[in-house]
Design a protein around this ligand. Sequence first.
Ligand code: CU
Length: 472
Amino acid sequence: MTISPDGNSKSSTSSLTNRREFLIGAGAAGAAAGAGLARAYSQAVNAADYTLRMAPLRLELAPGKSIDTFVYNGTVPGPLLRLREGQHVNIDITNETDIDDIIHWHGLYVPSVADGAMEEGSPMVERGATRRYSFAAKPSGTRWYHSHDVAGTDLRRSLYSGMYGFLIIEPASNPGRYDQEVLLAAHHWEPRWVSMQDIRKGPPPDNGLEVLYASASFNDKMLGHGAPVRVREGQRVLFRLLNASPTENVTLALAGHQLTVIALDGNPVPTQRTIDTVFLAPAERTDVIVDMNRPGVWIFGGIKEDDRKMGLGVVVEYANQTGDAQWLEPPTAAWDYTIFGVDRSVSAPDHRLELLFEKVAGGHGGYNRWTLDGRSWPTTNPLLTTEVGKRYRLVMTNKSGDNHPIHLHRHTFEVTKVGDKTTAGLMKDTINMTRFSSVEIDFVADNPGPSLFHCHHQDHQDEGFMGLVTYL
Ligand SMILES: [Cu+2]
């Protein structure tokens, strides 16, 4: 449960478990031997279960379209980490980039020191160094890991880069029934700072710079490049969808098919819904089951033509089907989180905290700042001080024309109200607030240690939109 800078893991589990983990870890390490690993190995009491190496990569998104970025273990996304719920893991992180960086385990309950957020006290992984993270994997579901460094104005860093990957924690018993599992991570590439008022009407003249992108992908390829997802008629396919974009919302559809939503942010939904399109704000995950009942060659991608042209999508090809991939315009409906909840009353909170989110316009060519009740990081430390066992309601109002995917580290919250609709039972770690909207979420203070609360837009969190939930 502890992270130790010297690489010595301090485990409180039984010697039998330690021995077993050592054997598993040794096998994994033997298969992945490398210079970075060897360095970690010599310091470590136990071998690592996984090693993640941050390093530069020239990524070919399509023929003639290569970009320079940073990734984990030479791939985008990084390697899939598939863990059992409760499994104790040692993960060695080697930093072969040119700056200090840090990895956050998104959606997991880990100690603050191992969570991968410097604001919580987690140590950076210094450039050239290897650092070990040790924790027990929980809760089960589709989680992910990503750089939690500050990018600021440097659009090569943190979530603008390829430093993200899936982390799936398998439950002790898995009720899902499916024939094939497909992991798709959406991302936008080639970012640049833009004064939106220069390219379209709408933004106020004093609006600061925002980020636009030239290309996008599912995993490491633009739509139409790379291998298709191959399926057979009659299969039930589980698609785990992740929006790993630094700032962009996506709405996705699989042409000619409907999607049954079984989990949001990795947590089973109280009410499964079969729908035509799914919306994901940055950092959100959606698990959908698709009955493959319409043979053909189809596009799974963004519903906006501009997104697909940028590369946001992948071809889904049935066995024995050929031809160009087809797109069919899906029926569209406004995204509504509450349809996945249940209609019942929720426990009254012990405390309510009203939070108003506002933009401080940066002016033409400047950078916008963000405030929570008039404060920005670091004066939002603490934002809220909690007592163990108490239930807190965050009553959030977005008084800006921008979307904000709100994320709370190290906890799961219950969505209790979106606009004027109440709901219950919908458990998430990130929820999008549309422009000029209100959302209420409840969480129980059940994981002592500082916990970051922030907007997951890379440029918003870098420009003050974060605060710390602390414990008495
Ligand atoms: Cu935001």
